[in-house]
Design a protein around this ligand. Structure first.
Ligand SMILES: Nc1ncnc2c1ncn2[C@@H]1O[C@H](COP(=O)(O)OP(=O)(O)OP(=O)(O)O)[C@@H](O)[C@H]1O
Length: 268
């Protein structure tokens, strides 16, 4: 469904008097994502995960390579076709507060993609928003509240409701749980797993949080300095990788007390 082929990207370095060489951020990235699958994209800060996420969302044209979705090249299509493609690929970002307009109600936020893509009567729109709110564990009566009235976890549920409103085929979740406390992280992961089971959507789950990736992903890719350095289909395969980038992610999440450490090597 999603085919990322030999994607490389460099950012222009600027420079006032003379042009500095561009800074390479991604090098020769290739992978596929099948329908209904969750692919975890792991790496420490600055490895290029968000840049890759933006390229996959159609927001950043790569310097080289091809991204195709359902057989269509994202960056070769005309504007109208891209408008249609955007319906199928949605996103949830880390900062749940800046992702919403503080002056809009939750109902307006969730209803925005429906207004853009579907011609619903006011009554039908209200019914769909109420349904979406309930699907993400909120209440229909929350539709009238503004973002300031919600906690971070609740607001991220609203962002998820907006992302699933059009029943997309793929959701790019870029550090979508990273700013939440542990209880909310667990609850949102459970919600995402449930929604995927219900609707068969695919996820690209971008994170530096190895436990979260292991919880939700069918396959994991680890990036280091703009390259994929490890591909793993199980926790055991990931945890046994000797690559320093993987070991760094593992070490970053180990609890201080040895008795609390999990024996990942026995997991499949
Ligand atoms: N618009 C931009 N212009 C120039 N350089 C950029 C731009 N966006 C990102 N970069 C640089 O590209 C590199 C990769 O950034 P990116 O945000 O993709 O990494 P990341 O793995 O998602 O990191 P983080 O988890 O901290 O967001 C970094 O060195 C960053 O400074």
């Amino acid at each position: 469904m999603l085919d990322v082929s030999q994607v490389s990207h460099s950012y222009a370095a600027g420079g006032r008097l003379w042009r500095k060489p561009a800074i390479p951020v991604l090098q020769d990235i290739s992978f596929t994502l099948e329908p209904g699958m969750c692919l975890g994209l792991l790496g420490v800060s600055g490895t290029g995960k968000s840049t890759l996420g933006k390229i996959i969302l159609g927001l950043q044209r790569p310097t080289a390579g091809r991204v195709s979705f359902a057989g269509q090249d994202w960056y070769a299509r005309d504007r109208r076709a891209r408008h249609h493609m955007r319906r199928e690929v949605q996103a949830v970002f880390q900062d749940c507060y800046s992702a919403v307009n503080p002056l809009m109600s939750a109902g307006q936020i969730i209803g925005e993609p429906l207004r853009n893509y579907e011609r619903l009567s006011a009554l039908e729109q209200k019914r769909r928003v109420a349904e979406l709110l309930e699907q993400v564990g909120l209440q229909a009566s929350d539709a009238d509240k503004r973002p300031a009235a919600f906690s971070g976890g609740q607001l991220q549920r609203i962002n998820i409701a907006r992302a699933i409103a059009l029943r997309p085929k793929l959701i790019v979740l870029d550090e979508a749980i990273s700013s939440l406390d542990m209880v909310n992280q667990t609850q949102i992961l459970t919600l995402l797993s449930q929604l995927r089971a219900d609707y068969g959507m695919s996820y690209l789950f971008i994170t530096h949080h190895i436990q979260a990736a292991l919880t939700i992903s069918d396959r994991m890719l680890v990036m280091d300095k703009g390259q994929i350095v490890c591909t793993a289909d199980s926790a055991a395969a990931l945890m046994s990788s000797p690559h320093p980038a993987v070991q760094q992610l593992i070490a970053a999440r180990l609890p201080e007390h040895p008795s609390q450490r999990l024996d990942w090597s026995s997991e499949t």
